[in-house]
Design a protein around this ligand. Sequence first.
Ligand code: MV4
Length: 445
Amino acid sequence: MFKKVLIANRGEIALRIIRTCREMGIQTVAVYSTADKDALHVRFADEAVCIGPPSSALSYLNVPALMAVVEITNADAVHPGYGFLAENADFAQICAEYNVKFIGPTPSMIQKMGDKVTAKETMIKAGVPVVPGSQGLVKSISDGQIAAKEIGYPVIIKATAGGGGKGMRIVEKSEDFETQWNMARNEAKASFGNDGVYIEKFIEDPRHIEIQIIGDQHGNIVHLSERDCSIQRRHQKLVEEAPSPFMTKALRKEMGEAAIKAGQSINYEGVGTVEFLVDKHRNFYFMEMNTRIQVEHPVTEEVINRDLIKEQLKVAAGEKLSGKNYLPKGHCIECRINAEDPYNDFRPSPGLIKNFHSPKGHGVRVDTHAYAGYVVPPYYDSMIAKLICKAETREECIKKMDRALNEFIIEGVKTTIPFHMQLMKDERFLRGSVTTNFLSDFELK
Ligand code: MV4
């Protein structure tokens, strides 16, 4: 096992990683920007080194500064968390060159899944269902129009360097193709410096259901069942749950096997998530693969009763997996508490948290770096806590979440708590009738 792990991240995920390392007897090194000098990850790690000014580019994304900290502290592994450098193949490569284990897959695995056209071609070869669409990249507008006609409108144009919705445009009819094509390419060029796009049939009102997988360095890959992440706003997840209210035993088996095939096709090592779109007939299609630990990993931890960071450290250190898949027991829901104003287009609301009291009690877990007196900096992600509730059934879990949300006191900044409180009483949510369009006709009272 590793002796000392450098955590190239901040916030709740840095704390989450420190906790497991401490339990496993692994030393930790925190890095921080000057904006985070009072942060809890700095206090709780065994060592902490300042790596730069507030801007992410100059601190948490500053690879030379991070590698200097690896050298001076003698860390033998780097945990990237999520966001920042977690899916940066160049960073993983530099870690390899420094002989420090990047806790995650190899640079080539990150690269293959980071390019969506390559990822999709890999899945087709592996026999994983994908959305019908163009054969690879579409070179010209006329090729695009021919492909769209063949596929049948509505279609969706996606950036190969994309993910998370950037450089993505829906085209309802052929007359709109040119405009949407130009919009998609320009946005892709501006966001990723790569204007390569491909085209797919547009799946109407799908669910976003993802399968957690883990692979070891000896060729074993298992799945840890699904999470339903259909409740999103502008491609930001707000609520995640496991199991999915739409799941059946048969579908779980099929999607689990498909996710394992996806992993096997690249000899995947580490924790990963295979995202699928699921239509109303329960047809499922590969969408993307995330090669990192995700924000919503606790939902899986709660229903399979395993510490995913521990599993991640174990496979990164070369340990073997037992080889069996995990099925969910009970129900878990996670609400993302962001310092945002849900009454004002979810506008970020950074600043001083004057009062903070987190809910407690049986089946309630709060993963957070916030406390009374903490200042939410304006420079980073606005998520300040994850409220995670676990119960035997979905119905009980929703009631527990409602109770816990009502106990949560956060004063000084606006939060998404009022949104979640209304959601827990929403008739469609209670029925489990959640698709990616759920929020388009949700009005906050
Ligand atoms: C789609 C789709 C419908 N049909 N692809 C959104 C982000 C990116 N990862 C892919 N996305 C979508 N791809 C086809 N062929 C609908 C979406 C989509 C979506 C997917 C998951 C969760 C929320 C979403 C919100 C809008 C659109």
